[in-house]
Design a protein around this ligand. Structure first.
Ligand code: ZN
Ligand code: ZN
Ligand code: ZN
Length: 212
């Protein structure tokens, strides 16, 4: 998969259409790439950072905002399909992989979306998105999510996230005291006590996470 031609896809928060663009191989990603939806309502940005990490700002159909992700380039040659998830809804919002790998993911998320809309009796995608966010329930800092997500995915790739059940699939969620990584099979978890990004960054020195 080393020289796989990567595609990247996301679903537009304005019109709910999936847009697929060409990303190239991990090595050939340029300094800045922008993928726009045909309706002009949203865009996904990909930036190569100076340290070689790839920064992706992906529109979220559930939050109507973009979420930031930092990936190490070797993730792209290691995983069949890299999924980027919304930190608030836990749903996958963008995919990187070869064209064939991405297709079933887009079909799966389209079904998920219509199920959610049906259960909320929503007629259009705007009906499931937040309307006016007032100060009181302003969402947690996405920079904290970026940092913790980066750490967890990095350690996960090295097999350094350990769960008693050896389940192997881990999710992330916000808590009142920061963030939590949890096992999707048995529910074991590990808490990050970080209400600011600078505190979150202190966790970057961890070499292993043990869920309990
Ligand atoms: Zn659109
Ligand atoms: Zn979101
Ligand atoms: Zn487990």
């Amino acid at each position: 998969m080393k020289n796989r031609i990567n595609h990247i896809a996301y679903r537009c928060p304005e019109c709910a259409t999936a847009t697929v663009g060409l990303l190239g191989s991990a090595e050939s990603i340029g300094d800045l790439l922008r993928l726009k939806c045909g309706c002009g309502g949203s865009a996904l940005d990909i930036k190569k950072e100076r340290d070689g990490k790839i920064h992706i700002s992906a529109p979220c159909i559930f939050c109507k905002d973009n979420h930031g992700f930092r990936l190490s380039p070797d993730v792209l040659s290691r995983e069949q399909v890299t999924k980027l998830g919304c930190p608030f809804s836990g749903m996958d919002i963008a995919f990187i992989g070869d064209g064939e790998g991405i297709k079933p993911e887009l079909e799966r998320t389209a079904e998920e979306l219509s199920r959610i809309m049906a259960s909320l009796e929503a007629e259009e995608v705007k009906d499931i998105q937040p309307h006016d966010v007032d100060e009181a329930d302003c969402p947690p800092d996405p920079a904290i999510y970026d940092t913790i997500n980066f750490l967890v995915r990095d350690l996960e790739a090295e097999g350094a996230v350990k769960c008693p059940c050896k389940g192997g699939k881990y999710g992330l969620r916000f808590t009142d005291t920061g963030m939590q990584v949890y096992c999707e099979s048995c529910g074991a978890s590990y808490d990050f006590y970080c209400l600011s990004q600078s505190v979150a960054e202190e966790y970057l020195s961890l070499s292993q996470i043990v869920l309990k």
